[in-house]
Write a protein that binds this ligand. Structure first.
Ligand SMILES: [Mg+2]
Length: 390
């Protein structure tokens, strides 16, 4: 048996070139504050956290998180590291409960659960490396030959630009496409028309035999969404994602009674948070992110609850920790996939931090049966574009 000897959290601050954001490229929760500042500023993430958990024999498991990395690092350094050092990584369920219960008063959501997630993912990577097995083989194994992915970008912009992007993605073989709304309640009726114009333009390109997902990123409210849903129906979206803020579970549940499936969960935390979404009928598609929801240990439990509610799980953001869970669960039919691009909002950063992230081909991606752990390593190829904080 080998025990955990250290936990190293690092923040990766991107200082390299970025694509400048255009106005109205994605509605978001700060839109409600539009008349007093930059509503888009909360929609850029140019920092990431890596968490390396090392055992006495020198094996290193890698976890990561992307929410408030500098604060999560502080939480790991000051609180969580001491709770896991000295433990056997294969006691992962006990370690998880220890992290959760010892910090329960302040850590069960937000920063605390994100720190728990990063450490838990690293522990699963570690268990894979120590057993010589890929993580998905420890979770139930291969439930599909390969993972179908949907193209997740298509930020709101000029109609022709969005159509050209969809056309290019179509040629690459994707069967599903997700686009972001640029307009919300502050933009009135004319903004509604701008939103609808873009949905129609995308259907023109991809037709009606492929999936179109629509995302508001919490930038709408209940009243606005009630008015938009009937207008969107004829475009047959596979789902409408996060129309209202994450805490408005009653709002989700009301909207989800309509003909358009409502999705969400990427800002929900923990087994009981996700169970509440499911029990309330708030979502038709659950989209937790493993590096926020409580890591692989929590995600597997949530998968079981979701399956019992007949709600598919399509984790937020792609990335290896989500792909392994998707491969190992029949109730995870497809994966979100952020295509490799220059750094824009920051969703792309993990391609610059890690080696081994799979790249989609013809709308699918593959995990290797023989690569132990998650199959990623920390890259040194782009170090000149990062300021790394120890
Ligand atoms: Mg989303």
């Amino acid at each position: 048996m080998t025990r955990i000897k250290s936990v190293r959290a690092r923040v990766w601050n991107w200082t390299g070139p970025t694509v400048p954001p255009s106005g109205n490229f994605c509605s978001n929760a700060s839109d409600a504050l539009w008349d007093k500042g930059d509503a888009m500023s909360s929609f850029r993430f140019h920092q990431w956290l890596t968490c390396e958990v090392e055992t006495e024999d020198g094996t290193i498991g890698i976890g990561n998180a992307a929410l408030a990395p500098t604060v999560v690092k502080k939480a790991i350094d000051d609180w969580y590291a001491a709770l896991v050092i000295g433990e056997d990584p294969f006691d992962y369920a006990y370690i998880w409960e220890k992290m959760y219960r010892r910090t329960h008063a302040w850590g069960r959501r937000g920063i605390g659960m994100t720190a728990i997630s990063a450490i838990d993912i690293a522990i699963w990577d570690l268990m894979g490396k120590l057993t010589g097995k890929p993580v998905f083989k420890l979770l139930g194994g291969r439930t599909k030959e390969k993972i179908p992915v949907y193209y997740s970008k298509l930020y709101a912009g000029p109609v022709e630009t969005m159509q050209a992007e969809a056309e290019a993605a179509l040629k690459q073989g994707y069967q599903g496409f997700k686009s972001r709304f640029g307009y919300g309640p502050k933009d009135g009726m004319s903004g509604m028309r701008e939103n609808l114009k873009r949905v129609e333009a995308l259907r023109e390109v991809i037709g009606y035999d492929r999936d179109l997902m629509l995302e508001a990123y919490m930038g709408w409210n209940l009243d606005y969404t009630r008015r938009m849903l009937p207008k969107l129906e004829k475009y047959e979206p596979r789902w409408l994602e996060e129309p209202v803020i994450a805490d408005d579970i009653r709002g989700y549940a009301e909207l989800n009674k309509g003909p358009i499936p409502i999705s969400g969960g990427e800002h929900e935390f923990g087994l009981l948070g996700c169970a509440q979404l499911l029990q309330s009928g708030a979502v038709s598609v659950l989209q937790y992110d493993t590096n926020r929801v409580g890591g692989v240990t929590a995600a597997q439990k949530i998968n079981a609850v979701a399956e019992a509610h007949q709600v598919p799980v399509i984790p937020h953001a792609g990335q290896m920790h989500n792909y392994h869970l998707t491969m190992a669960n029949l109730n995870c039919p497809i994966s979100e996939y952020f295509p490799v691009f220059d750094v824009e909002v920051g969703n792309e950063l993990f391609y610059y931090i890690f080696d081994g992230e799979p790249v989609a081909r013809d709308g699918y991606l593959q995990l290797d049966d023989d690569t132990p752990g998650l199959g990623i390593s920390i890259s040194d190829k782009h170090l000149e574009n990062f300021e790394v904080m120890e």
